[in-house]
Design a protein around this ligand. Structure first.
Ligand code: NDP
Ligand code: GDR
Length: 349
C-alpha cells in the first residue's frame, strides 16, 4: 500500500529535499502550508508538483487536527519552525510559540489522530545542534548536556524533550534528529553560507563590492541538506524510535567558508571585500559545533556524501548561474521623463 507522509515546513529548504526523496520512494506527500497567500507557493508547486498542500499553522492546533484528518499520514515530519537564530532574540515570544509550543501542538494532533492505535503513525522532530550551545564537550553526541544560547535554542530544547516525553508517556514512535547545520543552493539568504555564496556571485559579476558579516571566528559543522533528509527518513524506518545526531564530524570557521567560496569564483583574496559590523554579532554565540554521528552511522547506516568544499562550491556555482541567467534575460531600457505620469507608469511596468 502507498505510504502517506505529512511534512510541516514544506516551503523550507529541508521540506523541498525531503519531499523529493519521499516522492522518489513512492510516497504520497502532503505539505502543511500557512498564510492566505504564501509567497513560496509557486516555488513548491514548481519544485515538487506532486505534493498535496493543506492549509494550517503550527500555532493553531485545530488546523493541525483537520490536516491530519485529510492527510491520514503514516509518517509525520515536523520541520516547520522559525529557524533563524538571530531573529529569535528579536521575536523570542513568537519563536517560543512556533518553534517550541508548535512541536507540542503537532505531537498532540498526532496522538489524537492515532487514538488507541499508537502504531498507526510515526513522528520525526527537527531538533538542532543549537541546543548544545555553550561548549560542554567536543564532539557533541546524543548524551551531551544541552545548554542553549538563544531563544531559538531554548524553544528547540522544549520540542526535543516533549518529543521524548510523548514517546515515553504514550509509547509513540517519536524520534528526534539532532541535526547540525546543513546547507544547499536552496538555503535562505539570511543564513551565513548562502549570504556568502550570493555575495561572492554578485561580486564576481560586478553587482556588489562589499560583504558585511558578524563573527568570523565561529565554527560550524556544515553538511549538505540533501544528505541530511536521508537520515530523517531512515529514523522513521527503525523498529524502535530514538534520537540521533546527524553531522559530518568536521568543523570550519566562517573565515574558511570565505576561503572556499571566493576561491570557487576564482577570487584569491577575500579580505578587500569583507567587512564586519557589530549589528551581525549575536547577544550570545555558539562558538564551536562539531558532531559525533557514529550512532546514525552504526544504526541507520547513514553517512554524508558531499564534502564541505563540494557544498560551498555547489552553492557559489548555483548562484553564479542563476544570477548570470537573470542578468542575461532582463533587457535594459532608458526612460526620459521618468518622474512624470506616463514615465512613472512605464518604469513600473
Ligand atoms: P527553513 O527556515 O528553510 O523553513 C522553515 C519552515 O517552517 C518554512 O516552510 C516555514 O514556512 C515554516 N513555518 C514557519 N512558521 C510556521 C508556522 N507558524 N506554521 C507552519 N509552518 C511554519 O528551515 P530548514 O528547512 O532549514 O529547517 C527545517 C527544520 O530543521 C527547522 O525546524 C529548523 O529549525 C531545523 N533545523 C535546521 C537545520 C539547518 O541547518 N537547516 C539544522 C537543525 C535543525 P513559511 O513559508 O510559511 O514561512
Ligand atoms: P546558525 O546559522 O545560527 O548556526 O543556525 P547561521 O548561518 O545563521 O549562522 C552561523 C554562524 O555564522 C555567524 N555569522 C553570521 N551569520 C549570519 N546569519 N549572518 C552573518 O552576517 C554572519 N556573520 C557571522 C553566526 O554568528 C553563527 O555563528 C542554523 C539554522 O539553520 C538553525 O535553524 C539550525 O538549528 C542551526 O543552523 C543548526
Amino acid at each position: 500500500m502507498t505510504k502517506r507522509a505529512l511534512i510541516t515546513g514544506i516551503t523550507g529548504q529541508d521540506g523541498l529535499y525531503l519531499s523529493e526523496l519521499l516522492i522518489e520512494k513512492g510516497y504520497d506527500v502532503y505539505g502543511l502550508i500557512r498564510g492566505q497567500n504564501n509567497p513560496k507557493l509557486d516555488l513548491v508547486r514548481e519544485t515538487v508538483p506532486d505534493v498535496k498542500l493543506l492549509t494550517g499553522d503550527l500555532t493553531d492546533v485545530a488546523s493541525l487536527v483537520r490536516v491530519f484528518g485529510d492527510a491520514q499520514p503514516d509518517e509525520v515530519y515536523n520541520l516547520g519552525a522559525i529557524s533563524f537564530v538571530a531573529y529569535s532574540w528579536e521575536n523570542a515570544s513568537l519563536t517560543t510559540d512556533v518553534t517550541g509550543k508548535g512541536v507540542l501542538n503537532v505531537l498532540e494532533a498526532t496522538r489524537l489522530y492515532a487514538g488507541s492505535d499508537v502504531d498507526k503513525v510515526r513522528f520525526y522532530q527537527a531538533s538542532s545542534s543549537e541546543m548544545f550551545g555553550k561548549v560542554q564537550q567536543v564532539p557533541q553526541s546524543e548524551s551531551t548536556l544541552l545548554w542553549p544560547r538563544s531563544p531559538y535554542g531554548v524553544a528547540k530544547v522544549f520540542g526535543h524533550y516533549m518529543t521524548i516525553n510523548y514517546r515515553e508517556s504514550y509509547g509513540m514512535h517519536a524520534s528526534s534528529g539532532i541535526l547540525f547545520n546543513h546547507e544547499s543552493p536552496r538555503r535562505g539568504p539570511e543564513f551565513v553560507t548562502r549570504k556568502v555564496s550570493l555575495a561572492v556571485a554578485r561580486i564576481k559579476l560586478g553587482l556588489q563590492d562589499k560583504l558585511t558579516l558578524g563573527n568570523l571566528d565561529a565554527k560550524r559543522d556544515w553538511g549538505f541538506a540533501g544528505d541530511y533528509v536521508r537520515a530523517m527518513w531512515a529514523m522513521l524506518q527503525q523498529p524502535v524510535a530514538d534520537d540521533y545526531v546527524v553531522a559530518t564530524g568536521e568543523t570550519h570557521t566562517i573565515k574558511e567558508l570565505l576561503d572556499v567560496a571566493f576561491a570557487a569564483a576564482g577570487i584569491e583574496d577575500w579580505q578587500p571585500f569583507v567587512y564586519q559590523d557589530p549589528a551581525f554579532f549575536r547577544p550570545a554565540e555558539v562558538d564551536l559545533l562539531i558532531g559525533d554521528a557514529s550512532k546514525a552511522r552504526d544504526v541507520l547506516g547513514w553517512t554524508p556524501e558531499v564534502s564541505f568544499e563540494q557544498l560551498v562550491t555547489m552553492m557559489v556555482e548555483s548562484d553564479l548561474k542563476a544570477l548570470s541567467a537573470s542578468r542575461g534575460s532582463v533587457p535594459a531600457a532608458l526612460v526620459t521623463g521618468a518622474t512624470g505620469q506616463d514615465g512613472s507608469y512605464l518604469v513600473e511596468a
